[in-house]
Design a protein around this ligand. Sequence first.
Ligand code: B12
Ligand code: SF4
Length: 576
Amino acid sequence: MEVHPKGNRARVLLTSVFGPYAQDDEFGSRAINPMELYHNQVTRAQGGFSLRMFHRSWGIMMIQQNISAPCTVLDFPTREDFAHEITANDYDIIGISAIIVNLGKVREMCRIIRELSPKSVIVIGGHVAATPGLDHMIDADHIVRGEGIAWMRQYLGEDPEKPIRHPNIVSGLNTRIMGIELPERKGGTAATIIPSVGCPMGCNFCTTSAFFGGKGKFTNFYETGAELYKVMCQAEEALGVQTFFVMDENFLLHKKRALELLDLMKRGNKAWGMAVFASANAIRQYKPEELVELGVSWIWMGLESPRSNYVKLKGTDSHQLTHMLREHGIRVQGSTIIGLEHHTPENIREEIEFAVEHNTDFHQFMLYTPVPGTPLHKEMSEQGRMLDGIDYADIHGQDKFNFRHAAISREDSKRFLDWAFWRDFERNGPSLARMCQTMLQGWRRYKNYPDLRVRERFERENTKLRTAYSAALWAAEHYFEKINKDVSRQIRELRREIAKEFGLASRVAANVVGPVLLWTTRREDRRLARGVTYEPPTILERRNWGMGKRAPQRETAIGGSRFAAVPSGSTAAAND
Ligand code: B12
Ligand code: SF4
């Protein structure tokens, strides 16, 4: 493979695409597609109760941490920030990370680079690279498909096989719910750990699986439980965390690695908590107690549809599985697809009701979407069913079909999708309350469990149940009093159960702080109705920069026009 003439002395900029994101514009931003996980595709119908949060661009953070060249990561810049950064520094290589919806922004950023920094080599990576014919749509020098750390190491003349150093990543930023931005304190937010990329299950619509090799393929950054344990210990020490967001498409599938990790956690007396993604067939490999001992407190699981043929769901009663997990204190985030091949206007409501009946803590709904690079896209293209003239910026599964469905029209696809979100909220109430219910169930079941680590974790997680969450439940109960009596009653019962369990502290929190939260939630509703949206802060981090100790290594700004220096916390590698 070609190596950059300067090798690992080349100056590298790795950037995400520019914002603002939650607005409609000519570069492909869409109001319906904000840079948020929950509000984009999970809690978006929950108004002031929607969980708002941003996540950093982990792919470029991983690459930065694993090359020895001087390297800047610029996350969520505005166009002005981006232009300023590439003119203020002489970059030999500018790498842009993007997904397919952001193709228009990549095109614009390439144009800006050619104008302002013509000597820079432009490298494009991330899922956007799966777009067929991308090289004719943008002006770039290299388009990198799949895993990027090995590619960048090779391009800089480094050994691609070197062990992977994990950056210390705080999983979420600027968390906000019920009209309040939660204070950020060290250790208060989980650390993201990325054990692998890709998934061997190879579901036909799945872009992550396809992008990293498809069925049967994936890349492990950490093969063994011991390696993972080491990375987690280091993140624990550096970030003061006890909880981890494990960003692996199917973490529980790799049972040997997970059980080795459990063994080490027991020996090291780690009362860690873990949020994981896992398919139903992978979850069923474990006893519930095993999951709890492993610290699994949150599982994101594809439910897809009762009549779908996905291997991962074969032989699973997903209602029963969800119920069982919640009874063991494991919060479940379900994911349901709207517009599968067998869906019709006649059966779709029934299918949505089935999904909603799971009463998961959180529920993602997504349109069945053939995305370039997936087997589904190939199949639909061969059948001549892809619709012409759909902007890439609109292929994100939260708006309308991008293909001709056998029975459902494009317009109806959006109506059914919106109805699914609305129905889940109407029937099950705010996710915050469902989560409290799961936590209470877990606490009751495990408060006398022989493994001290498990008791310690539930005790830690439940501190909030007796304080802030009790107040939030009071507010939710009163909020729904007139508009949804059923939900209000369910929340009241839950709140009373919590008060019974935790006594005075819970009652005081509910009565004193509850009314304040009711007021802030209603104020948030009014703000949202006025069209207020949220944007992530712009963050700049340098590594191997060599400008002396006084040079700022991490800068941030909200709104994005200029960065303000803040103390560095997440630049060091976890496994130094
Ligand atoms: C975190 C995340 C987000 C965050 C965004 C974080 C951010 N700062 O951009 C949030 C929650 C906001 C988000 C939003 C959306 N997301 Co998202 N997201 C993810 C998720 C879960 C993890 C990404 C990640 O960090 N992975 C781990 C890292 C290590 O992998 P990676 O990013 O792919 O990076 C590797 C390579 O791609 C490559 N690489 C990456 N960048 C670069 C750059 C260069 C220069 C090089 C050489 C290589 C390279 O090297 C890296 C290491 O191997 C993925 C699913 C997944 N498992 O990857 C979906 C995923 C990326 N998201 C996706 C989508 C569709 C969306 C949304 C449209 C939501 C939706 N409706 O589904 C919105 C778009 C928001 C917007 N306006 O842009 C799709 C992308 C599909 C596609 N083919 O384009 C994915 C794959 C999920 C899926 N399976 O459908 N997302
Ligand atoms: S199990 Fe999930 S991550 Fe794996 S291929 Fe299927 S949809 Fe993708």
